[in-house]
Design a protein around this ligand. Structure first.
Ligand code: KIV
Length: 266
């Protein structure tokens, strides 16, 4: 891939109903494989706290650790759009979020920052957006709230919470969000959100009717310790090499073959 991917590229793809591929990475070597395989968006997710650091949740991840991994990924990928997660409480106030997001961009080379949460982060999204920091929002299952939720389970199943999610998504878009990740929500709800919003929607455990899919790279390679989430798929098992597994993921996301029925939560 030689042309740099920008937010305009992704908006144009959504308009053409052309899907793009998103995947997490945490270092330069994997980042360069992802870029060569045609992944449009790399997310330096705070999942790094689990798959790299071996924690049981994403909560302990710090802003300095995220900057370090973002910088590593930037070294390995020059043209892929680079999104970095704002770790737990690094966005506790709009002012703190502004300072930390600026560090992710200046020191890490991130082009977009990702925030978990709905109505509670609307003011932050507006401030960042007004100051020239593109924001990706994250609704549905919010892993940073695991200590409140108690378990990683599907969100938005009942009518009231589904409506709340749709309203929050609209508020975030109006506040300036550029992208939205929807995690672990029923496929029909993700489809409704995707149709209602003009910004691209990236799904994980959210069915096939989104503008993009994202997976944790180590789940895709089948090397995450413990139980693999039902919505993910081990692409390495059949592909035989890391490069071929990632290329196959990109192909299946773009063609709409992934997620298939067995990975979809109704
Ligand atoms: O941290 C992460 O990797 C994420 C994705 C699972 C969306 O937020």
């Amino acid at each position: 891939m030689t042309t740099a991917i920008t937010l305009s590229t992704l908006r144009a793809m959504k308009k053409r109903s052309e899907k793009f591929a998103t995947l997490t990475a945490y270092d330069a070597s994997f980042a360069s494989i992802l870029e060569r395989a045609g992944v449009e968006v790399i997310l330096v997710g705070d999942s790094l706290g689990m798959v790299i650091q071996g924690n049981t949740t994403t909560v302990p991840v710090t802003i300095d650790e995220t900057i370090y991994h973002t910088r590593c990924v930037r070294q390995g990928s020059r043209h892929t759009l680079l999104v970095a997660d704002m770790p737990f409480m690094s966005d506790a106030t709009p002012e703190l979020a502004l300072a930390n997001a600026a560090r992710l961009m200046k020191e890490g080379g991130a082009q977009v920052v990702k925030l978990e949460g709905g109505a509670v982060v609307v003011d932050t999204v507006r401030l960042l957006s007004e100051r020239g920091i593109p924001v990706c929002c994250h609704l549905g299952l919010l892993p940073q709230s695991i200590n409140k939720l108690g378990s990683y389970r599907v969100q938005g199943r009942d009518e009231a919470s589904a409506q709340r999610l749709l309203q929050e998504a609209a508020l975030l878009e109006a506040a300036g969000a550029e992208l939205l990740v929807l995690e672990c929500v029923p496929a029909a709800l993700a489809k409704e959100a995707r149709e209602a919003l003009t910004i691209p929607v990236i799904g994980i455990g959210a069915g096939v009717d989104t503008d993009s899919q994202v997976l944790v790279l180590y789940d895709l390679l089948g090397i995450t310790p413990g139980k693999r989430p039902r919505f993910s798929k081990n692409f390495l098992a059949e592909a035989g090499s890391v490069e071929a597994a990632i290329a196959e993921y990109v192909r299946q996301v773009k063609s709409g073959e992934f997620p298939a029925a067995e990975q979809i939560i109704a």
